[in-house]
Structure formats: C-alpha cells, structure tokens
Design a protein around this ligand. Sequence first.
Ligand SMILES: C[C@H](NC(=O)[C@@H](N)CCCCN)C(=O)O
Length: 450
Amino acid sequence: MEKERTLRDSVLVRWSALGIVAFTMMAAYFVNDIMAPLKTMLEANLDWTSRDFGFFTGAYSFLNVFLLMLIWGGLMLDRFGIRLTGKIAAILMVFGTALQYYGMTANISTEATFFGYKQGVFMAAAGYSIFGVGAEVAGITVTKIIAKWFKGKELGTAMGIQVALARIGSQVAYSVSIPLAKSFSISTPVLLGLVLLVVGLVTFFIYAVMDRKLDKQEDYAEEEDESKFSFKDVKNILINPGFWLIALLCVLFYSCVFPFQKFASELMINKYGISDNLAGTIAGLPALGALILTPVFGIYLDCKGKGASIMMLGAAMLIGVHCIYALPFITNYLVAIILMIILGIAFSLVPSAMWPSVTKIFPARQLGTAYALIFFIQNIGLWGVPNLIGWVLDNYCVVGNENNANLYDYTIPMFVFTGFATLSFIVAYLLKVADKKYGYGLEKPNMKDC
Ligand SMILES: C[C@H](NC(=O)[C@@H](N)CCCCN)C(=O)O
C-alpha cells in the first residue's frame, strides 16, 4: 500500500520549515560572533585585557562543558522532543544575551572583581555562557529537525543550506559590528543581536506548529517514539570508534576556525595593517565563502559522496592557511585576504561532509544524543582555545601600545592553530581508514537518485 503524502513530501513546506528554523540559527550565529571584531575597542573603551576577551569568548562553552549542559540538552531532545527543547533553547538565548548586554552597559565599577575578573566582564561572560547553552542546544535541535524533514531526500543540501544561512548571520555580525559600535556605542551591536533573537524565538514557535502537524499526519507521536531512547544508547554511541573520530575531528577542526576568527580582526589590523572598519569584514570572509560553497558541496556529497576524503582535504587546507599566517615575514594584506578565502573553502568542505556523516553512523533515535556528545567535545575546544590564545597574547606577544590598546605579534598563536590543524588532518585520515574497516558509508552518496 502506498504511504499517504505528508507535509514533508511537499517541497515548498519542507523547505519553508527549514527556512523558519534557519532564521533562529542565523540570529544565534549573529550574536555568537558580534563581539569578536570589538576586541581592540573593548580594550580601549572598557579596559578589557586579552585574557578578559579570551575568558569571555570561551564562556560561550563554559556551562556546556563544565555543567554538561549540552549533554542534558541532547538527552532532553531525544527524550522530550524537538518542540519543547527548541523553545527552551531559544528562550535561553534571549535571556543570556539580555544579561550580556546588561554586563556591558550597567554602571559597574571597573575596579571590583569577581573570580579574578572585572565584574562587567564576568557578567557579560555569564550572559554569553547562558546564551551558549541555548545556541548549542538549538543547534542540535535544528540538526535533528532537518534529519526529520529531509531523511531520504535532500539531506546534505538542506544541512548545507542551513549552515550557509547561519554563516550569513556570522558574516553580517563581523561586518557591522565595528561600524555600529563606532556610530552608536560599543553595546549597540549586542542590542541588535538581542532584537534578532527575539524574532528568532517567535519564528521557532511558528515552526513548532508545523512540527506538531507533521507528527499528527505521520501518526508519529514524538514523545512515544523518542522514549525508545535509553542510556544504553549513550554507551553504544561512546563505544563506536566512528563517534570518537568524528568528535575529535570536530573539536580540532573547529578549534582552528571559530576561536581563530574571534582574534582574526585584530590579526588583520596588527599584522597586515588593514583598517579597523574593514578588518571585521575580512575576518568574517570564511563565513561568506561557506555561505556560497557549503550548499554546493552539500549537493556534491548528496550525489557523489566522498565525505571522508573531503574532510581530509578541508583539514589539509587549514594547515597551509594557518602556517602562512604564522610566518612573520609575510605581511601583505592581499595574502591575508586570499588565505581567508581558502579558509572559507575548507570551512565549507568539512562541515558539509561531517554533519550528514553522523546520520550514517547512528540511527535516528540516537541522533540528538550523538550530535550533543560531538558538540560537547567540540565545546571543550571552543572554551579552552580562546582562553589559551588570550593568555598567550597577554604573556608572550605584546609588542607595543596604541590608543590605550595593546599591539600584538600573532606568530605564536598562529603556530598553535597550525598544530591543531595538523592534528585534525591526522584524525580525518584515521576516519577514512575506519570508514573502510567498519563500512559506515561515508564515501557513499547521501541520495540514491540524483
Ligand atoms: C553546524 C556547526 N555548528 C557548530 O559546530 C556549533 N556547535 C558551534 C557553533 C558556533 C558558531 N560560531 C557549524 O556551524 O558548522
């Protein structure tokens, strides 16, 4: 008997569902990156140090790592479903960003400290940390939403497009942050992010209505189906070598991209003499490249496969990029821009292959937990690496001071990033070997008919 058509069989409806949740994620990525280009201004205007900036940047992952919030979020997603988890995640993002804004604007003494950090820095970081829980849980929720609507259809393309739209959020954040802060005040970019998140919260509630309708049509009571999840699944995920290799590749690869981008505006200004109004746009170029290329690679992977090889290629490109950034005698701004574009290509190759690969290794009911565990391990890097780089900058890289902000030599930090990129290449190679051994099908296309 032929199955009845449901909402997900309509091209228009399933892509609309994607568009709606993608907006929430776009707002999340905007807020995630909006502070990065402001590093030098934060030093000059609010007396932040590089260590403060590294602490703030790493705070995004603090609660996810040390209170295991991502793990609880993943378990909640598999146990209680997409709608409840997504709504809570969106609310946390709004609340966290409001707190971050308060930390930057309230008249808090710059002398008083909390756990060794200025109170304003601490409060902004606490808000960013709560936002980080919401953003990461929203991320795994959206990945599961896409798997639900697109399994057996354009899964790779859909994941690629969602990531690409999120990158628009990042790119816009990198481009508008400094101009906005200069025209109004240093906290204005965060306020804009807060407004976007509120709209994203509303769009997620709209999606929830579609989600409920689909469940009714497919006679798929989310709670019943999802309750098949058990803690045995966590064990099964953890003993799968594919899980460890993807998680390791994820933490190493992303540690060379997101934390690097947070410091990249300053690298552009200090080393390549790029004006501060443009530096953010250049630091955001990888997001722009990924915006165009992630869906293209997604379509290629859907039709041709070669996921494991593509991850190796992306990691190899990253080694070259960071190594050249590290070389002190190459200071031409054109090189800096070309490297950012290459980084953008690598940053499209790896995610477009990595995220659909997870759906090949784990069954649907384990996906929420599997993504959460991978994001959890990734967050250890997103917490540790900015803290490490901030500390290295303050202690080993100060070469001067201008307008109340330090000037830095980025050679050591860039060699640190090169080291992580090299490790990510080795892990990508091991993943390809494991794919052959265990038959995950990572080199196979995602779709049968193309
Ligand atoms: C889909 C993937 N997302 C992540 O890796 C998130 N855990 C971290 C997002 C941080 C955004 N600056 C991606 O963006 O490729």
